[in-house]
Design a protein around this ligand. Sequence first.
Ligand SMILES: Nc1ncnc2c1ncn2[C@@H]1O[C@H](COP(=O)(O)OP(=O)(O)OP(=O)(O)O)[C@@H](O)[C@H]1O
Ligand code: SF4
Ligand SMILES: [Mg+2]
Length: 327
Amino acid sequence: MSLLEVRNLNVSSGALSLVGDVNFEVDAGERVGLIGESGSGKSLTALAIMGLLGEGLSASGEVRFDNEDLLAASERRRCELRGSRIAMIFQEPMSALNPTRRIGDQVGETLRIHQNFSRRASEKAAIELLARVEFAEPERYARMYPHELSGGQRQRAMIASAISCDPEVILADEPTTALDVTVQRRVLDLLDRLVDEEGCALLLIAHDLAVVSEVCDRVVTMYGGHVVESGSVAQIIDEPHHPYTKALLATSRALSVTESASGADLPSIPGTVPSAGQFPRGCPFRDRCDRSVEACVEMPPTLTEDTRTLACWNPVERVERVSDGAR
Ligand SMILES: Nc1ncnc2c1ncn2[C@@H]1O[C@H](COP(=O)(O)OP(=O)(O)OP(=O)(O)O)[C@@H](O)[C@H]1O
Ligand code: SF4
Ligand SMILES: [Mg+2]
């Protein structure tokens, strides 16, 4: 049994399915990367695990943390666990920080709520936490309001808040996207250390597949709200079997090559991700897939489990994977 187990997770907005039948697990001391284009359902999956879906959205299935189903738990129980044992680093720091309260006050709040720290002790701890996420003058920044910080500084303040109670599970939604390369490196090292030294389970949502490949042990690919492939980093990044994972990787590699070339067109997967509810019948990726066969039109591919999970009627052949020279 893993520390975090997501079983048949569905998220919907009324009759509209946004996330469907998502399954994966994260063990203590493990880093799992969640990848997919914008709109594939990564953030909704993390928010559903936290019990923080917005108004009008509902979740079903199971989210088992330490063998307790969080979707079946009371809101009070979820509040007890949120921040103390399960923490989330949100994609939008501004939506997670209160604009009217000082940074130090907010970073220390979880310690006051969950560990009965006094105000003075929590302020001292907040300064230490800000130093841990690379603030050069933590006392000064602790006194500031969110609007006085840059996007990257706000992101680091939120990371400080998320790790304050030494959570067992960290859901990190694009935690380093707004950071420059040096700070990104240090934040990733910090998350890495939390996994290694504290035995945390890390779910890392990231667009940068080089980061996922470097940090994670396993990878889950999502498209159209569904898991289409999952397995070890070596399986998914070095030898993807799903045409979507393969296209995603090719785009990511081409992007890193052209990034510095001025005027170069940014590479992308042909076509666009349809809006929720507008995916084609059969395989949701079929309008964009160069391997589509008759079965892909008829019905959605079933998820097969071997050493990896895969949902595809016509996976990438070994010979193509070798000739394309993975990585
Ligand atoms: N509150 C909401 N109500 C209705 N639809 C929503 C809501 N939040 C998200 N969606 C839709 O659900 C789908 C998945 O959204 P989600 O935010 O999980 O994507 P994502 O994979 O995190 O994308 P990104 O990489 O851009 O952050 C999208 O089609 C999005 O438009
Ligand atoms: S099921 Fe068919 S359309 Fe979908 S990814 Fe596989 S080959 Fe492409
Ligand atoms: Mg997102």
